[in-house]
Design a protein around this ligand. Structure first.
Ligand code: TYM
Length: 335
């Protein structure tokens, strides 16, 4: 009974590139913190991933790695439903419907569409354009109350809200209008090479991001070579985006506040500071890595997790889809 009263959370991660420290600190760490108080569904969104070209063999491997990393980060499959998006056909079905209630102008304004179409100018496909309608379907199918994401996904969640409100006002209460849930610190982990850009798993420069699967000495090297400034003071400030980012990373991985870090590093150089940041990051990732290897070696267990996840997700989401089809005027399927 108590289970029914819990609020619902949905979020997703795209299996493109690798899971970065940005994904972990901006989203996954929060997902783990929420799992006791909410009914949570988390999906490896493989259908979103094919909006840019993927090598099939690599995609399959990465999907499994992503799922194992989510488990290794601490998501408990007894408390959360974990599944691959392509295993639950209601996502594609509702996405089609929502495409018909989303305007070209709205999709054209999406920052992610503009960035990705600039980056993949030879493959500006329709899926890339309508990506937010599929994301809206992901969320609305489960009547989610909250969507825990990093700052970069806020625009998509806001569009999801607009689509839900539009549909509800045309057909009566159908979808819960979800709220974005964005962490105060860590919502935007920046690139180590260009700290005015977000850390992205699809960055062409591997020095720009930390993968949760990087060797520990590679992580230390990447942090050591992170772009900073010539000011020499470990504090936030104008033109100090690089240090600001490292302070953020240190604070979220260690739990120490930024003010306390600034005070502790007064009069000390960037070298010492970066060495400590690297240490904190490695200590944060170390237990995740240990568990990751165990999960990757247990294929039968992993299969049972994503099978159960998809079966239950289908049951829940089918209720919403049936309601939508009825409201639209489709003839009910003969039983
Ligand atoms: P994706 O796969 O790019 O990222 C997964 C999550 O990580 C967050 N994130 C970051 N947070 C802080 N700093 C960063 N540098 C950083 N980079 C990424 C993202 O905000 C996200 O929360 N469209 C989504 C996937 C998706 C989804 C959904 C999310 C599909 N359907 C439904 C929520 C609900 C995406 O590409 O995330």
């Amino acid at each position: 009974m108590e289970q029914l009263e819990k609020k619902i959370i949905f979020s997703g991660i795209q299996p493109s590139g690798c899971i970065t420290l940005g994904n972990y600190l901006g989203a996954i760490k929060n997902w783990v913190a929420l799992q006791d108080d909410y009914r949570c569904l988390y999906s490896v969104v493989d259908m979103h991933a094919i909006t840019v070209r993927q090598d099939p063999k690599q995609l399959r491997q990465r999907c499994l790695e992503f799922l194992c990393l989510l488990l290794a980060c601490g998501l408990d499959p007894d408390k959360n439903l974990l599944f691959f998006q392509s295993h639950v056909p209601t996502h594609a079905e509702l996405a089609w419907v929502l495409n018909c209630f989303t305007y070209m102008g709205e999709l054209g304004r999406m920052t992610q569409f503009k960035d990705k179409s600039a980056k993949h100018a030879d493959n500006i496909n329709v899926g890339l354009f309508t990506y937010p309608a599929l994301m809206a379907a992901d969320i609305l199918l489960y009547q989610a109350d909250l969507v825990p994401v990093g700052g970069d996904q806020k625009q998509h969640v806001e569009l999801t809200r607009d689509i839900a409100v539009r549909f509800n006002s045309l057909f009566g209460e159908t979808f819960k209008v979800p709220e974005p849930y964005i962490p105060k610190v860590g919502a935007r982990i920046m690139s180590l090479a260009e700290p005015t850009k977000k850390m992205s798993k699809s960055d062409d420069n591997p020095k720009a991001y930390i993968s949760l699967l990087d060797d520990f000495n590679v992580i230390a090297k990447k942090i050591k070579s992170a772009v900073t400034d010539s000011d020499g003071r470990v504090c936030r400030g104008e033109g100090k985006e690089g240090i600001d980012n490292l302070l953020n990373i240190y604070s979220v991985t260690s739990g120490e506040s930024i003010a306390s870090l600034e005070a502790r590093f007064e009069g000390r150089g960037y070298g010492e500071f970066k060495a400590e940041v690297a240490q904190a990051v490695v200590e944060c990732i170390r237990p995740i890595r240990r568990r990751f290897d165990d999960y990757m070696n247990d294929k039968a267990y992993i299969e049972s997790v994503y099978k159960k996840g998809a079966e239950t997700a289908l049951k829940i989401s089918q209720r919403t889809l049936d309601k939508v089809h009825k409201k639209l005027g489709y003839v009910a399927r003969a039983k």
